[in-house]
Design a protein around this ligand. Structure first.
Ligand code: GDP
Length: 296
């Protein structure tokens, strides 16, 4: 775990050698570097501030045990705290319901919802041997329905057709009925997104949620959004009882700071991360690995 430090942090770690206890003085430089690392990883400022308070509280007065240097001890505290804020351990999908387990996908347009439905369908089919049905409630973009049909075929999942002249709630209820009659395990419900948050979209997804009562409501968010991820996350969290987050596009330059911010704002665990456009690019989320990535 300590191997992943940036050179910068490693330098400060060295300067702290030979001190037996973490004190306000000897960790000040180190904390400054941690703060910089968090900001550079695009963690939102209020989240960084909150984190720094917690890290400092936890670190002060800690004895340095064994062969660790104080710097290493502090890095340990930082990593632990980051992982803890992101949920501590890996969170899985909840299937404790009568089939089909309904999974509702929410997020802005372009966040990666449709791609993630394809990835999830493949994951559930191959890793968990589930029979999966997908449906699109995006009645505004016929291309989105066709896109979902294509990724579902690629993933080997069944696709429930819908069209632009239908109502989202009617589409979803018909899909649930179909899934029940065909003994399918999981129904993945793709939804419309807008470029920016608007009330009409939020109302629509709220109504959809109330009608279908999903066991999982996953907020899909683009990791490249960085600081902006916070506002989007807040709006979706106010509209819907989110049960989890999928952080997409982690293959880009993003250091993943959005993971911390989104978790902090919503309180919902990040369940998966998406990398690349191929359907194999979905990973279970591991807080401690993300902590290392964020620290650089
Ligand atoms: P939606 O509007 O939320 O349904 O988003 P889409 O699934 O259509 O994705 C928008 C764009 O992002 C598409 O070009 C996808 O191929 C791409 N995309 C989705 N997820 C990822 C990812 O994890 N990594 C990368 N690099 N691209 C992604």
């Amino acid at each position: 775990m300590l191997d992943n430090l940036t050179n910068r942090l490693a330098q400060v770690v060295k300067t702290l050698r030979g001190q037996a206890r973490l004190t306000e003085d000897n960790i000040a430089d180190m904390l400054r570097e941690v703060r910089m690392a968090l900001l550079e990883a695009d963690v939102a400022l209020p989240v960084v501030k909150d984190l720094m308070v917690r890290i400092k509280e936890k670190a002060l007065g800690q004895e340095v045990v064994g062969s660790l240097t104080p710097g290493q001890a502090l890095v340990g505290v930082v990593q632990q705290e980051l992982a803890l804020i992101m949920g501590g351990s890996q969170a899985s999908l909840n299937f404790a319901t009568q089939p089909p387990a309904i999974i509702l996908m929410a997020g802005l347009q372009g966040a990666g919802k449709t791609t993630t439905v394809g990835k999830l369908a493949k994951y559930l089919k191959e890793k968990q041997r589930k029979k999966v049905l997908t449906v699109s409630c995006d009645v505004y973009r016929p291309a989105a329905i066709a896109q979902l049909q294509a990724v579902s075929a690629q993933a080997g999942a069944e696709f429930f057709p819908s069209s632009a002249d239908q109502k989202p709630v009617d589409i979803a209820l018909a899909a649930i009925d179909y899934a029940k009659r065909h003994y399918l395990d999981v129904l993945l419900v793709d939804t419309a997104g807008r470029i920016t948050i608007d009330e009409q979209m939020m109302d629509e997804i709220r109504q959809l949620h109330a009608a279908i009562k999903p066991i999982e409501t996953l907020f899909v968010v683009d990791a490249m959004l960085g600081q902006d991820a916070v506002n989007t996350a807040r709006a979706f969290n106010e509209a819907l009882p989110l049960t989890g987050v999928v952080l997409t596009k982690l293959d880009g330059d993003s250091r993943g700071g959005a993971a911390l911010s989104v978790r902090h704002v919503t309180g919902a665990p990040i369940k998966f991360t998406g990398v690349g456009e191929k359907l194999g690019g979905l990973d279970e989320f591991h807080p401690e690995r993300m902590a290392s990535r964020i620290l650089g």
